[in-house]
Design a binder for this molecule. Sequence first.
Ligand SMILES: [Zn+2]
Ligand SMILES: [Zn+2]
Length: 255
Amino acid sequence: MLFDTHCHVNDDQFAEDLEATMERAGTAGVQYMVVVGFDRPTIERALEIVERYDHVYASVGWHPVDAIDMQEEDLVWLEEVAAHPKVVALGEMGLDYHWDQSPKEVQKEVFRKQINLAKKLNLPIIIHNREATEDIITILKEEQAEQVGGIMHCFSGSPETAHECLAMNFYISLGGPVTFKNAKKPKEVAVQVPMDRLLVETDCPYLAPHPYRGKRNEPAYVKLVAEQIAELKGLSLQEVAQQTTANAKKVFGID
Ligand SMILES: [Zn+2]
Ligand SMILES: [Zn+2]
């Protein structure tokens, strides 16, 4: 039994074959999912999907790339949709310095506002970090994000950074890149992070694991991520599946 803790089956790329995608996930043993929405259209679509499928939950947030578009009323709306019984986290939120669509200062402000909303609602947060590790850690500390904790999604940092995040009550989620042959850092992180703090995800339709690299990713492929972690840790796939699913249920508060 596997838990894909971060997927975007609400993306248009799944509009034609969502039903078949969900069936393939079930066949691969993926029983639980969190569908992540990061703007109005993707959040609305995520909520439609979670109402249709059992064991499929949603996380709602505002993506840093689009931080420039977030208005005060969007934050109010986020709070409203977060009251949905199947919303289990806030995010993805964070900083993305790869694309320069939104100025850094705007991204930081929008990030801080969402952390504070999560504290108000007592929901864990899902962090998106691209080329912004130092500022992310600083803001998480300054805003005392450890009060809610959450997930460093598709973690690509060093084992040292991973340990800093663990100390702040965050879980480390690994995705497709851990299966890439030359992905040294994610493999080291998989080895070093204790099993009770690791999660698996796809981030589909992006970042498909080997041997599907470059193709459309989907929740069924989270099994390949779990298999890679099992190999690196010297555990069985079943042990990794069981522990990462238990971890995900704990962080999202699902029984
Ligand atoms: Zn992300
Ligand atoms: Zn994502």
